[in-house]
Design a protein around this ligand. Structure first.
Ligand SMILES: Nc1nc2c(ncn2[C@@H]2O[C@H](COP(=O)(O)OP(=O)(O)OP(=O)(O)O)[C@@H](O)[C@H]2O)c(=O)[nH]1
Ligand SMILES: [Mg+2]
Ligand SMILES: [Zn+2]
Length: 296
């Protein structure tokens, strides 16, 4: 409620938002109107227009989409170089969606305390790659944030989140809930173990919840596996990869898809090494989704 208290609300089974087929018609971050009936039950009767939202398909081929959160100022994508491994395809699909919905995205590399020297080198390469494209990145150990000494030496995370509504997202087990608890300095929500056999998270967080800081708010969400992009047109996919878009303006053909056209500046940049192959592969994988959706 406006006064900061919470109430339990019901929602009618057939409640759907115009135009969006989503598994969750009401998402965390939504502003809603509620009505209280004579029996004391509260019902959501209207969802106010969203400033923005982040949406994904649960699997690339599924028709149902899922709204991760609405009315947010930024997304903090929590990623881990290892334990578990976050794939660059996952990162890039997420970032492309943030670009498409015009939401600022930060990349937070977590669990740096667990990384080997080689993995730390990999971390630095990834940070340089994404910083080069224009994304802000941070490397932290959410677990170490529990110690006061580490907290005072690592205040960047606090300044990045202050005064904003931030969605925490990422694969299961990367430490979203651990980070949330560390930010608050106490156990706000449950954290889970990483499975010994697969080095993967176990989906400990099962629903999304918003937590209010003195200034701003943080939304903890369940870990997600794949990230299917929604309704991108083939021609616009490159708009969501800032560095590919920039170079693509030099291509011979205005409608170049940067796949096999002659005079493609993007292909040249990949050969020269100024566009990362991992980013190009992610771009191609989203183009692949677009052609699949045509035959659906
Ligand atoms: N060593 C180390 N372990 C961490 C760190 N952050 C989280 N962990 C551990 O990783 C495991 C998973 O952390 P969670 O916070 O539950 O992960 P999550 O991203 O919320 O996972 P889901 O809720 O399943 O999506 C726990 O055992 C944490 O203690 C870190 O910075 N360093
Ligand atoms: Mg969690
Ligand atoms: Zn091209």
């Amino acid at each position: 409620m406006d006064d900061g208290t919470s109430v339990e609300c019901h929602i009618k089974g057939n409640f759907r938002i115009r135009g969006i087929r989503s598994t969750n018609p009401v998402a965390v971050g939504d502003f809603v109107q509620i009505q209280t009936l004579a029996d004391g039950t509260n019902w959501i009767v209207e969802i106010e227009e969203r400033k923005n939202y982040i949406i994904r398909r649960s699997t690339n081929l599924s028709k149902e989409s899922h709204i991760l959160a609405a009315n947010i100022d930024q997304v903090a994508l929590i990623v881990t170089v290892n334990h578990p491994v976050t794939s660059t395809t996952f990162i890039d699909r997420f970032l492309a969606t943030c670009e498409a919905y015009r939401v600022r995205a930060l990349l937070i590399f977590n669990k740096i305390d667990l990384l080997t020297e080689d993995e730390l080198a990999q971390l630095n390469e990834l940070r340089a790659l994404y910083e080069g494209i224009g994304y802000e990145t941070l490397a932290i150990s959410a677990k170490s944030l529990q110690s006061t000494e580490y907290r005072v030496q690592n205040t960047d995370i606090f300044s990045l989140l202050a005064g904003k509504t931030t969605l925490l997202s990422g694969n299961s087990g990367v430490g979203k809930s651990t980070l949330l608890n560390a930010l608050f300095g106490r156990e706000m929500t449950r954290t889970g173990k990483i499975s010994d056999a697969h080095d993967k998270g176990m989906h400990t967080t099962t629903f999304s919840e918003m937590y209010f800081l003195d200034e701003g708010a943080v939304i903890d969400t369940p870990g997600i596996k794949g990230f299917g992009t929604i309704d991108f047109e083939r021609e616009e996919v490159s708009h969501f990869f800032p560095e590919i878009f920039k170079v693509g303006r030099e291509c011979r053909f205005g409608n170049c898809t940067h796949t096999n056209e002659p005079g493609c500046a993007v292909q040249e940049a990949i050969i020269k090494g100024s566009i990362a192959i991992s980013r190009y592969e992610s771009y191609l994988s989203i183009l692949g989704d677009c052609s699949e959706s045509k035959y659906r």
